[in-house]
Design a protein around this ligand. Structure first.
Ligand code: F6P
Length: 359
């Protein structure tokens, strides 16, 4: 007699559980890999006999009761598409008591068993507050900024780094042809992770990040030494959150055609300063939303799928107020409340490592 137990064909369905109605949303700036997380959620949910509903445009979908059912057939192969198939917004569902009450009321009236929030510190912070108010929430870390606490991975970061590295390499060839300095402005809000890794990977000759006070004299030194050894061009990576000193800001009244002082744009100001200090022509480029565009690189396909699967398992096990995260190659589970109210900054020693290559 066969000793093999008859079991369901692997990956079709598991033992019968109550069918859950799971809501999912993507909040904040979009990032490559969001759809891979959604696909992971839908596939694992259907494996467990559950249904998934996507809130349209992040927390706004909850407040306006706008959502649509997501099935395998509707999300299949979306893992490799950039952006988010359910849209996103920067709507804050807990911006005031009235809004928070409306979010809780809607969630209960819509009869969902849980919400999986995919976002950065703002979106996850809101999920933590709604969990404290009784909404069964689970978080997945997403932001190209890579600045979410308690995780070594956020959806979109590696793809943004690849885009920045590729852009810097492209800018180096035209800078070389014209013997120019090109200053590249890189996203990251108040952290310098994308500039640091994208700059290193792309071969930037100097990298400035918000975590470290700019040293214009040192940048000028590196540029002059480079030109002096016959390499008459330079690409300088600067994170958008870098603050130039008041003295430097005063020197660069960047004005438009009507004489109005332009605000923002650290790369434009830094290019002006470096041109004046070195005597070499300096231009600037703002990479902007290119860093959030296009399809995800491999890790921003596979890891989001894994995190999506894990998030559904937390929902099935009734583990709420948690965020799935990565520590090395391991998926871990952390408290959502530890994630909100702060951001992860580039540590000094990592910048000192990068500084070795400012050349
Ligand atoms: O948080 C991601 C991010 O791309 C930041 O790096 C950037 O400063 C911000 O979003 C831009 O926000 P928005 O898309 O609302 O202009």
């Amino acid at each position: 007699m066969s000793t093999r137990k008859t079991t369901e064909k692997k990956g079709t369905k598991m033992e019968k559980r109550r069918s859950l109605r799971i809501a999912v949303l993507t909040g904040g700036g979009d990032a490559q890999g969001l759809n891979a997380a959604i696909e992971g959620i839908v596939y694992r949910a259907e494996y467990g006999g559950h249904r998934v509903f996507g809130f349209i445009d992040g927390w706004k979908g909850l407040l306006e009761e706008q959502f649509k059912e997501l099935r395998k057939e509707t999300v299949r192969n979306s893992y490799s598409q950039g952006g988010t198939i359910i849209g996103t917004s920067r709507t804050n569902p807990v911006k005031d008591e009235e809004t928070k009450e409306k979010a809780i009321k809607n969630f209960k009236e819509l009869g969902f068993d849980a919400v999986i929030a995919i976002g950065g510190e703002d979106t996850l912070g809101a999920a933590a507050k709604l969990y404290e108010a009784g909404i069964p929430a689970v978080g997945i870390p997403k932001t190209i900024d890579h600045d979410v606490l308690e995780t070594e991975y956020t959806i979109g970061f590696q793809t943004a780094v690849s885009i920045v590295a590729d852009s810097i390499e492209k800018l180096a060839t035209t800078a070389k042809s014209h013997r120019r300095i090109i200053v590249v402005e890189i996203m990251g809000r108040h952290s310098g992770w994308i500039a640091l890794y994208g700059g290193l990977a792309g071969g930037a000759n100097y990298i400035l990040i918000p975590e470290v006070k700019p040293d214009i004299d040192d940048i000028v030194r590196v540029i002059k030494e480079k030109y002096g050894r016959g390499e008459q061009f330079a690409v300088i990576a600067v994170a958008e959150g870098v603050q130039l000193s008041e003295e430097d800001e005063k020197k660069v009244k960047v004005v438009d055609e009507y004489g109005h002082v332009k605000v923002g744009g650290v790369a434009e100001k830094l290019a002006k300063i470096l041109q004046e200090r070195t005597g070499y022509t300096a231009k600037h480029v703002v990479l902007g939303y290119l860093q959030r565009g296009g399809s995800p690189v491999a890790i921003d396909r596979t890891t989001p799928m894994l995190l999506g699967v894990k998030a559904v398992e937390l929902v099935e096990n009734g583990e709420f107020g948690k965020m799935v995260a990565m520590k090395g190659s391991k998926v871990v589970v952390v408290d959502l409340k530890k994630v909100s109210g702060g951001i992860k900054l580039v540590p000094k020693d990592l910048y000192e490592f990068a500084r070795l290559f400012f050349d």
